[in-house]
Design a protein around this ligand. Structure first.
Ligand code: ATP
Length: 315
């Protein structure tokens, strides 16, 4: 069957499994248990999960660094078994490990990588990419003299040399300081705006919430959620109201025992509730009927951390 590369998803994963066979008495490890994922072209896709969930295994299989046990992976319509070369040239991968040759300079790293991907000299963008990554003044120093943050940015630069349609980043901002992290994201957002699909794993949930239009959560080798970020957050049946009382009280009053209420600083009362079960007015009535006076109040919507905990804590 003819593959329709121009219309296909950026990434299509079907029934993907991975079993690490471990020698000796240790049982085999089933790291991926039938993953299905579709990443549309142009999206900024977040892949989240607790430590050991299988994210790196998945990314490494997509990148061709780890052999899958069964299932299929297609990148921009190219099956990674049947059309390995085309699939590889459609992606750039920024690995988690800072694996750089200590005795190469950033410029050499870039040129070598461009050579590997067959990018003609006239189409190389070494200086442009190094500048975008804030590495132009380090272009000619040995990689071993670069800080952890700089090495990370060099890995991103390296993944971009062949102008891939899909950029995969495994924990790209670990160890990068806040200012440079911001700079890295600006560059990656620009790439995304001009059509590059970005797939990223991160432990910084606020980062994923801010950047990603779609988020998949994996846990114990399975996809437990995969939705637009807004939908995922909207589904969470949890809110919090925080009130400042007119005077200190010693403990949460007994008449609020039916609510999930916490007291801090003597007069800050915080109540979590499920909007599907409880109306905010019931909470306010219970508080004021008990004789407490509220002088200030704020409400908080659930965030990705709530979603993450809800999806991953049940197993
Ligand atoms: N080479 C390997 N041999 C045996 N087991 C492995 C191997 N690599 C990973 N695993 C196991 O497979 C499971 C998934 O690991 P993986 O590194 O993919 O998780 P992760 O979600 O990326 O975690 P982290 O966020 O900590 O990187 C873990 O239980 C891990 O111990």
């Amino acid at each position: 069957m003819q593959e329709s590369h121009s219309l296909s998803a950026a990434l299509e994963v079907r029934d993907l499994t991975k079993i690490y066979r471990i020698k000796g008495s240790t049982p085999d490890k089933e790291a991926l248990k039938g993953i299905n994922l579709d990443v549309p072209r142009g999206s900024f896709f977040g892949l989240l999960g607790p430590n050991g969930a299988g994210k790196s295994t998945l990314i490494n299989i997509i990148a061709g660094l780890v052999n899958k046990t069964s299932g299929t992976v297609s990148i921009c319509g190219y099956d990674t078994d049947a059309s390995m070369r085309a699939a590889r040239s459609a992606i750039g991968v920024v690995p988690q490990e800072l694996n750089l040759d200590a005795f190469f300079t950033p410029r050499e790293v870039m040129e070598f990588q461009a050579g590997l991907y067959g990018v003609p000299k006239s189409r190389r963008r070494t200086d442009e990419i190094l500048t975008a990554m804030g590495l132009d003044d380090k272009a000619d120093v040995y990689a071993r003299t670069l800080s952890g943050g700089m090495r990370r940015r060099l890995l991103v630069a390296k993944a971009m040399v062949h102008n891939p349609q899909v950029l995969i980043l495994d924990e790209p901002t670990a160890g990068v300081d806040i200012e440079l992290r911001q700079q890295l994201w600006e560059y990656i957002k620009d790439l995304n705006d001009t059509g590059t699909t970005v797939i990223l794993t991160t432990h910084y949930l606020e980062e994923a919430e801010e950047l990603c239009d779609t988020i998949a959560i994996i846990n114990h080798g399975e996809v437990v959620a995969c939705e637009p970020t807004e939908t995922l957050l909207g589904k969470l049946d949890k809110k919090n109201v925080s009130m400042v009382l007119s005077h200190d009280i010693e403990e949460v009053p007994a008449y609020l025992a039916n609510f999930d209420a916490h007291l801090s600083h003597g007069r800050r009362l915080s109540i979590s509730y499920r909007p599907s079960e409880t109306e905010m007015s019931e909470i306010l009535k219970a508080v004021t009927d008990g004789g407490l006076t509220i002088v200030d109040m704020t409400t908080a919507e659930p965030d990705l951390e709530d979603a993450f905990l809800q999806m991953t804590s049940s197993k």
